[in-house]
Design a protein around this ligand. Structure first.
Ligand code: MTE
Ligand code: MO
Length: 533
C-alpha cells in the first residue's frame, strides 16, 4: 500500500512517500525525547542525582503510587519491580515521543508542546523530591529546550525535503537534489549520538559522585593517641567579633584549578612514591592508615591573598607525618624537591628540606573533625606549615616524585609564580569592617595576624598615620597558627584610617612597601577606613 496520498503537510509541497515520512517524523520525536533525557541526565550531575528527569519521574511515581499498585508491582515483578517500572516508563515515553514527532509541523509546533508537557511532568516530579530546591527543575528544563530545538530542526529539514517527484527531476545544476534528506539523517544521527553520550556520561558521573559521597559517609576518622594541644582560653576572639580561631569547613577558602571536584574513594586511592629514592613504594589506604596519625592545628594561606584578603584559614587536621614516609623510602641526597601530583594532574613542588626539618608537615585525611570535604582534597591532601598552598598543600594527592628543582617544574611555577614561597608575615583588621558605621567612644578594633613557622610576636595599630600602638595579642597557640589581636580605640567623630602591622618571631616587622601577590606573596600594611559618628 504505497499510495501517495496527501498528508496534512502545511508546507504546501506535495508529499513524497508518506510512510517513510511518518517513520522519519516518529524517529525525530524519539530522538528529541532521548535528547531531553540525556541532556537532563548530564545537567543533573551539576545539580543533584535526584534531579535527573528520568529518575525523578520514576521516584515520584514510586512515592505517589497507591499501596495496591505497589503490591501489584511487587507481586507481578518481584525484585524486578524497578526494571519493570523503567521499562514501563520508557514505553510510555516512546509512545508520547512518537506522537510528538508525528504531530510536529513547521508552523504548528504541536509536537514541541507534547515535549513541553512531558517536561512539565519531569519538573513536577523533580520538585517533588524530598531534597528538592528550585534548582531541581533545571535539568529537565535544559533538556526540554534542547529536545525542542532538535525536533524543530529535524522537522524543518524534513519538510524542506523534496518530494519523490522532485527527486527524480534533475535540479537546475543537472544533479539530483538530495541535500535535505542527507541533512536530516545527519541531524538525526548527531542528535541520537549527543543524547546517548550525554546520558551515559551523566549516569557514569552521577554514579561516581554517589559512590564517593557514600565512601566519605562511611569514612572512619583515625583515632589519635595524642590530640592537638588544647586551645587556651582567650585564643579565640570570635566573642569580640574577630575572625574565629578555627575556621569552619563551610567557610574555609577554597582555591584550586579543578573545574570538577575530583572524585576519589579511599578504595581507589593510592600514593606512589618514586624518583630519587632507595625503595620506591605504592601505599594504599590500608597502608597509610596502619601508621600512627597525629592531630595538628595549622593555618593555611594562599599566595594570591591580597593585603587584608580572606584567603587564609585555620583548621584542625588529622594526618600522617610526611617526614616518616620520606625516611621510609630513603630519599637520595641530591633530591631537593618533592613533586606531588593530584589525581587531576595538578602538580606542586615542595622543598624536601622543608618537609624534613621537623615541622608538622602531614598527609591529612581529616579536617575539623570530619573527613576532608571533597573540595578540600578528599581523601588525602598535604598540609605543610609555613609554605603557601601552591607550593605545599596538594589536594587529592596520589603521586610523589622525589626530584630536583633544576629538573622539574610544577603547575604554577611554570606560569611565573615563585619556585620557593615561604608565607610572608601578614596582619588584617577584621572589625570594625571597612566603612562600617561606628559610634564615637570606646571601640574594639580586632583582627588576625600570621607568620607561620616564625610566629607573631607583636601587632601594632595606628590611626590616621599617628604613633603605632601595641595591640593586645591573644595567647599564641603555636607558631603555625594565626594569632588574633584586639586594640581598644577611643574613637572620635569623623572619617579615620586604621592601619595594622605585625612583627614575627624573628623580630622582623612587615614592610610598608606594597608588592602584589605575584610572584611570591603580597606585602604592605592593611588599612581600613572607618566613619565615626
Ligand atoms: N590538586 C590541587 N591541589 C591544590 C591546588 C590545586 O589547584 N589543585 N591549589 C593549591 C592552592 S593554590 C592552595 S592556596 C590550597 C588551597 O587549599 P584549600 O582549597 O583547601 O583552602 O590548595 C593547594 N592545593
Ligand atoms: Mo593558593
Amino acid at each position: 500500500m504505497d499510495v501517495d496520498s496527501a498528508t496534512d503537510d502545511d508546507t504546501g509541497t506535495t508529499p513524497g512517500r508518506p510512510r517513510r515520512r511518518l517513520v522519519a517524523r516518529a524517529l525525530s520525536g524519539v530522538v528529541a525525547a532521548a535528547t531531553v533525557l540525556g541532556v537532563g541526565e548530564l545537567v543533573a550531575v551539576a545539580v543533584a542525582p535526584a534531579a535527573s528527569p528520568f529518575y525523578a519521574v520514576g521516584s515520584t511515581t514510586v512515592d505517589r503510587s497507591p499501596a495496591w499498585a505497589r503490591e501489584f508491582a511487587i507481586d507481578t515483578f518481584g525484585t524486578n519491580d524497578k526494571p519493570a517500572l523503567f521499562i514501563g516508563m520508557t514505553l510510555l515515553i516512546v509512545v508520547a515521543s512518537i506522537a510528538a514527532g508525528l504531530l510536529e509541523r513547521r508552523r504548528r509546533p504541536v509536537g514541541s508542546l507534547v515535549l513541553a508537557g512531558l517536561g512539565a511532568v519531569g519538573v513536577y516530579a523533580a520538585l517533588s523530591r524530598p531534597t528538592a530546591t528550585w534548582t531541581y527543575a533545571v535539568p529537565t528544563i535544559v533538556g526540554v529546550v534542547a529536545g525542542i530545538v532538535l525536533l524543530r530542526l529535524l522537522i524543518h529539514t524534513l519538510d524542506a525535503e523534496p518530494t519523490s517527484e522532485e527527486h527524480s527531476r534533475p535540479a537546475p545544476g543537472g544533479k539530483v537534489r538530495r541535500l535535505p534528506r542527507r541533512q536530516f539523517i545527519l541531524l538525526l544521527g548527531a542528535g541520537a549520538t549527543v543524547a546517548a553520550a550525554a546520558g551515559v556520561a551523566g549516569r557514569e558521573l552521577g554514579r561516581r559522585i554517589a559512590s564517593v559521597a557514600e565512601n566519605r559517609r562511611l569514612f572512619l576518622i583515625p583515632r589519635v593517641a595524642a590530640p592537638a594541644p588544647p586551645i587556651p582560653v582567650g585564643t579565640d576572639l570570635a566573642p569580640v567579633g574577630a575572625t574565629p580561631f578555627v575556621t569552619p569547613n563551610a567557610e574555609f577558602y577554597r582555591i584550586d584549578t579543578a573545574l570538577q571536584v575530583p572524585q576519589l574513594t579511599t578504595d581507589e586511592w593510592q600514593l606512589r612514591i618514586h624518583g630519587l629514592v632507595d625503595r620506591p613504594i605504592t601505599l594504599d589506604w590500608d597502608d597509610l592508615t596502619a601508621r600512627t596519625p597525629v592531630e595538628r592545628i595549622i593555618t593555611l594561606t594562599c599566595v594570591s591573598n591580597e593585603i587584608g584578603g580572606p584567603l587564609a584559614g585555620n583548621a584542625r587536621w588529622i594526618g600522617y607525618p610526611i617526614q616518616d614516609l620520606l625516611d621510609e623510602v630513603g630519599v637520595h641526597a641530591d633530591a631537593d624537591m618533592l613533586l606531588s601530583k593530584s589525581v587531576d594532574g595538578f602538580t606542586i613542588g615542595t622543598p624536601v628540606a622543608a618537609l624534613r626539618d621537623g615541622r608538622d608537615a602531614i598527609l591529612a585525611v581529616a579536617m575539623n573533625g570530619e573527613p576532608l570535604p571533597l573540595e578540600h582534597g578528599y581523601p588525602v591532601r598535604q598540609v605543610v606549615p609555613g609554605l603557601y598552598g601552591y607550593v605545599s598543600a596538594t589536594k587529592w594527592v596520589v603521586d610523589w616524585e622525589l626530584t630536583r628543582f633544576d629538573r622539574a617544574e610544577a603547575y604554577w611555577t611554570k606560569r611565573g609564580w615563585g619556585v620557593r614561597a615561604p608565607i610572608k608575615t601578614a596582619s588584617r583588621i577584621d572589625v570594625p569592617a571597612a566603612f562600617a558605621p561606628v559610634t564615637a567612644g570606646p571601640v574594639t578594633v580586632a583582627g588576625t595576624a600570621w607568620a607561620q613557622q616564625r610566629g607573631v610576636e607583636a601587632v601594632e595599630v595606628r590611626v590616621d598615620g599617628g604613633p603605632w600602638q601595641q595591640a593586645t595579642l591573644a595567647p599564641e597557640y603555636s607558631i603555625d597558627t594565626w594569632r588574633q589581636w584586639t586594640w581598644e580605640w577611643d574613637a572620635t567623630p569623623g572619617l579615620h584610617r586604621l592601619e595594622v602591622r605585625a612583627t614575627d618571631g624573628t623580630g622582623d616587622t612587615q614592610p610598608e612597601d606594597r608588592v602584589p601577590p605575584i610572584p611570591d606573596g603580597a606585602t604592605g600594611w592593611h588599612s581600613s577606613s572607618v566613619t565615626v559618628r
